[in-house]
Design a protein around this ligand. Structure first.
Ligand SMILES: [Zn+2]
Length: 355
């Protein structure tokens, strides 16, 4: 089958057709020039690399009721609502909730998710069990629970996880961060942390040691953003989660500073892990505040930048000979980035697996 309309990938947006065979891209070209000359079924749409959800906490998906209207520390801080939920919910129930959240992402065509998993080694093991057999890559960022840092716990965590994701530079001192980051480097894993979420933190602190990923930066100044851009550390933004706490990162300033943006959905107890809802909210909220980033910048954050972050730039391209790495939407080909950011949903995904 042929999807004719537009392609949006690491090369930008362009008019194109894409011919699929059993889910594999076999031909890409200018509309009207395909080798089948009308002898194959065609639909109008946009073809993109599969999206990535670059920041979640799926462990708290078990909390299904409306979260209480309390300050952020009481909700997700140490000893707060979220940690009570994690402590009080039976392991089997948490695992089932994580699996439901992962299935939802699979339905949206999400190819990978980067999750900050609390609860140490058992937390990561539970996430792995929840993901078993599902067609989604789970990057687990574990968090050691013992303080001072225990070498044995850290090694087994790094064997089980893809990296370490800590709370923030305020909560983990420089010595702890250096120990964790150095252990990640030695193991070939990634080191990530939340930064400047509730209050502005020193950019020198959260960039030292250099992390592989920052999350939020809601309170970062233009100078902070410039330093993050220079350090080439990608930033996962989660605007719906920020909005619940009356915070709003200025994504237009992120774009001006040249920050490599990724998009995440943060705590599953606060928001459904839907990249599409996140993109639409980011677009509307920024526009409401009259400081819109380009739709191109937002769309790249979901479909292109994560693949560069994951050192798989080839997956950010729509080209012949690739399988299961792209997604096609039944959407108008005009202004593809705008369509993707404001209108993409799982209902519009075109099945491309037919012969
Ligand atoms: Zn987070």
């Amino acid at each position: 089958m042929i999807v004719e309309g537009a392609v949006f990938d690491s090369e930008g947006a362009r008019r194109a057709y894409v011919r699929f065979r059993r889910g594999r891209v076999v031909e890409v070209g200018t509309p009207g020039t395909d080798s089948r000359r009308g002898r194959e079924r065609r639909v109008h749409g946009i073809v993109v690399p599969r999206p990535v959800n670059s920041h979640t906490h799926l462990g708290d998906a078990a909390a299904a009721r409306e979260p209480p209207h309390v300050p952020v520390v009481e909700l997700v801080g140490p000893g707060g609502f979220k940690f009570r939920v994690l402590a009080e919910t039976p392991a089997r129930q948490k695992e089932a909730a994580m699996r439901r959240a992962l299935r939802r992402m699979v339905a949206e065509g999400v190819a990978a998710v980067a999750d900050f998993r609390e609860e140490g080694v058992p937390g990561v093991a539970a996430l792995r069990r929840a993901a078993r057999g599902l067609p989604i890559r789970v990057l687990a960022f574990g968090r050691p629970v013992r303080r001072p840092i225990d070498g044995a716990e850290l090694s087994s965590l790094l064997r089980a996880a893809d990296g370490i994701g800590v709370s923030s530079a305020r909560e983990e001192g420089a010595a702890e961060r250096r120990t964790l980051a150095a252990a990640c480097r030695r193991a070939g894993k990634r080191f990530a942390l939340h930064a400047s979420e509730e209050v502005r933190e020193s950019v020198d602190a959260y960039l030292d040691p250099r992390p592989d990923l920052l999350v939020h930066l809601t309170q970062a100044s233009p100078d902070d953003l410039a330093a993050v851009a220079t350090a080439r550390v990608p930033v996962a933004t989660c605007l719906r989660s920020n909005a619940l706490f009356h915070r709003s990162p200025d994504l237009a300033a992120f774009e001006r500073a040249g920050v490599r943006l990724l998009v995440g959905t943060d705590n599953a107890m606060l928001n459904a892990p839907s990249v599409f809802r996140e993109l639409e909210f980011a677009y509307l909220e920024s526009r409401y505040r009259d400081r819109s980033p380009s739709t191109d910048y937002l769309a790249r954050a979901a479909f292109v930048e994560p693949w560069r972050w994951l050192d798989e730039p080839g997956r950010a391209r729509v080209r012949g000979g690739t399988s299961a790495t792209t997604l096609a939407f039944r959407l108008p080909a005009d202004d593809p980035a705008y369509q993707l950011v404001t209108r993409a949903t799982e209902q519009l995904i075109v099945p491309t697996t037919a012969p």
